[in-house]
Design a protein around this ligand. Structure first.
Ligand code: FAD
Length: 375
């Protein structure tokens, strides 16, 4: 058992930390206020090999591991913006094509992801379902070499940006299938973006599919495989989301350390108070526990371990509430100042709030883990 990161991984952490400091932190308040990422951010991420980093080198990726990607997302999450979604989606979504797609699909879509030219999306959630694939209403009807897709998809991140979306729809046999859909196809349109509570820059909109024609060659995986591809992506996304929570929680701990050293209470730094020290210790212990559970889930995914999806759910069950708690403790250490927009902790508090709902709720993750335990 080796808990050390390699030289390359330490260098990766350093590079992404610098990127976050230079490109994300200075624009964080504006990104948060506008709810939109800078238009050139994706290309800048591609320049430092963050877009498609886990894709094979023959398609322009770096062949990085899931754990490498977690290390990068953690650093991006530190900014408390939604920028980590860009790094997450440009890896986890095309990875489904790399893993389940045909050679032609890989050649067509993966190189542009790595160049930072296109925004991958996932179209699963609908007005009546976010947790239950059986309840999907979007339909895919076969017609001479094409599938005709009709339906409405809710909360599609980057659904309004140029690129492709992996769309989940039911075919004539009621089978949940995955379709690589070009977002500039006729009949594809996106509504206006939701105004979110936090993590500014997660550009999320409803998408309308009105007789969208998808060529047969763009079906991802076999007929029975659609649902497994979805589960694969969701499990990967849980690891990525836990990683971003680590970054947010680390930022909250660093803010608390800094604040408590500079805040004077009874003529002495607040950091000297016993209760503040025990709060800092609790934050640290929770963060480290969440960190190693997340790294382990990523490691097991890289190893192709049969339980990696279960471990991804377990990581999320622990990491998300732990990060929320760390952020809340930091906010309390900030006293009344933590309730103002003058301190970063306010942004971190809003940023971490979404993690319990997105990419499958905490409750459903708990039920995944507990079902496996008693099986
Ligand atoms: C910022 C943001 C970005 C998003 N991006 C995307 C995206 O890119 N693509 C996409 O497809 N979706 C996206 N989503 C949607 C998100 O993944 C879903 O909202 C999420 O899966 C939860 O679905 P829901 O809101 O329909 O909740 P519901 O499924 O209605 O659940 C609501 C509550 O009921 C509970 N519940 C539901 N079913 C059960 C059950 N069987 N047993 C026990 N409890 C249950 C849940 O635990 C939860 O507490 C995004 C959402 C947000 C907020």
């Amino acid at each position: 058992m080796d808990f050390n990161l390699s030289e390359e991984q330490l260098l990766l952490q350093k590079t992404v930390r610098e990127f976050t400091k230079q490109e994300l932190e200075p624009a964080a308040e504006e990104t948060d206020r506008l709810g939109r990422l800078p238009d050139d951010l994706l290309e800048k991420m591609a320049q430092v090999n963050l877009a498609g980093m886990i894709l094979p080198p023959e398609y322009g990726g770096s062949g990085s591991s899931c754990l490498d990607c977690v290390l990068a997302l953690e650093q991006i999450g530190y900014s408390g913006t939604g920028a980590w979604w860009l790094a997450a989606f440009t890896n986890s979504i095309p990875e489904c094509i790399a893993q389940f797609g045909t050679k032609d699909q890989k050649k067509q879509y993966l190189p542009d992801v790595c160049k930072g030219k296109i925004y991958p999306s996932i179209l699963f959630t609908e007005a009546e379902t976010g947790s239950d694939p059986d309840a999907l209403e979007t339909s895919a009807r076969y017609e001479s070499g094409h599938y005709i897709i009709n339906g409405m998809k809710r909360f599609s991140t980057f659904g309004a940006r140029n690129g492709f979306a992996i769309t989940y729809a039911k075919d004539e046999d009621d089978c949940c299938r995955a379709f690589i859909t070009d977002k500039n196809a006729l009949g594809y349109s996106a509504g206006s973006e939701y105004k979110l509570m936090g993590a500014g820059g997660i550009e999320t909109a409803d998408v309308y599919l009105d007789n969208v024609k998808v060529p047969e060659e763009n079906v991802l995986g076999d007929k029975e495989e659609g649902f497994s591809i979805l589960l694969h992506w969701i499990a990967h996304e849980k690891i990525q989301q836990s990683a971003s929570c680590l970054g947010i929680a680390q930022a909250a701990l660093d803010e608390a350390k800094q604040f408590s050293k500079s805040r004077i209470v009874k003529k002495r730094p607040q950091a000297g108070l016993l209760n503040i020290r025990s709060m800092l210790a609790d934050m640290y212990a929770r963060l480290e526990a969440a960190r190693w559970l997340t790294y382990r889930a990523a490691f097991l995914k890289d190893e192709g371990h049969s339980d990696w999806m279960l471990e991804a759910a377990a990581a999320k069950v622990y990491a998300v509430p732990a990060a929320m708690e760390v952020v809340e403790i930091s906010r309390r250490i900030h006293g009344a100042y933590g309730y103002t927009k003058d301190f970063k902790i306010e942004r971190l508090f809003r940023a971490v709030a979404g993690a319990s709902a997105i990419a499958v709720s905490l409750e459903i993750n708990r039920s995944i883990v507990s079902s496996a335990l008693i099986r």
